[in-house]
Design a protein around this ligand. Structure first.
Ligand code: ADP
Length: 240
């Protein structure tokens, strides 16, 4: 939705947040019994459910790589995830986002330990209100870890926008449609390695550096949230 009025009034955003405030974050690990690992992550109304299958033998066989395992990601926004029903199935956007999510996660996985096999991640967006790709990366990271896939680190992600000339964290749907620029950022906080920077729109060099720093600080907080979510799951299992 395009809007003409300001997106920041008296220092507050359209949903009442301060520029550097993220929405309420909820994380839950282990929701799908058939999957090797699964997780649901919400940033406000944006909710992603990720399920990991594998490592398992890959079909068709000609896709197998004798040197390393293959990570495949399928991102999809469900028809009821937005106000106006979205047509079901894959479109160009979901193909692009699937690839982006895969490239953000790949550096964290010891794929060379799994020649000839594949790891599949299915991410479904149950509700979309901006920042679905970064929410999907956080959900996939938790799902991979809960599947026991050997990883160098968790991958944490957030979005940063430029709205009314102000940098804002964790953009919602209205901000996404009306911002001057938006940047998706992912990193392995424990290794201090960035795995994704993707930007639409324009920022000055100074703004870009500030946006990356904001992304880095936020990912450190998300890192603690992801570790807590995993800990909660294993405490539950230990009690059972
Ligand atoms: P991201 O969700 O990662 O920010 P986009 O910039 O492509 O990716 O999408 C921004 C937002 O636009 C989405 O989070 C969603 O709220 C909205 N959106 C995307 N596709 C559709 C669609 N087909 N119908 C309605 N809203 C959509």
């Amino acid at each position: 939705m395009k809007i003409e009025s300001s997106l920041i009034v008296n220092g507050k955003r359209v949903d009442g947040r301060k520029p550097e405030e993220i929405r309420e974050v909820r994380m839950k690990v282990g929701l799908i019994e058939n999957a090797n690992g699964s997780a649901m992550v919400s940033f406000g109304k944006t909710t992603a459910l990720a399920a990991v299958y594998g490592p398992r033998e890959i079909y068709p066989k000609h896709l197998q790589d004798p040197e390393k395992g293959i990570l495949r990601v399928r991102y999809m926004m469900l028809p009821f995830s937005v106000d106006e029903r979205k047509s079901p199935g894959m479109d160009r956007r979901s193909i692009e986002l699937s690839k982006i999510i895969r490239t953000a996660l790949e550096p964290a996985i010891f794929l060379e330990e799994f020649p000839r096999v594949g790891i599949d991640i299915f991410v479904d967006i149950l509700q979309a209100d901006g920042s679905t790709r970064v929410t999907s990366i956080n959900a996939s990271s938790l799902a991979l870890a809960s599947a026991g896939v050997p990883m160098k680190d968790l991958v944490c992600a957030c979005s940063i926008g430029k709205v009314d000339n102000v940098l804002v964290l964790d953009i919602n749907g209205i901000e996404d449609n009306n911002c001057q620029a938006d940047l998706s950022f992912a990193m392995m906080p424990g290794k201090d390695k960035i795995t994704l920077i993707q930007m639409d729109g324009l920022m000055s060099k100074e703004e870009l550096m500030k946006a990356i720093e904001l992304g880095r600080k936020t990912c450190l907080k998300i890192y603690e949230m992801q570790k807590d979510a995993l800990r909660r799951k294993y405490e539950e299992v230990a009690k059972e």
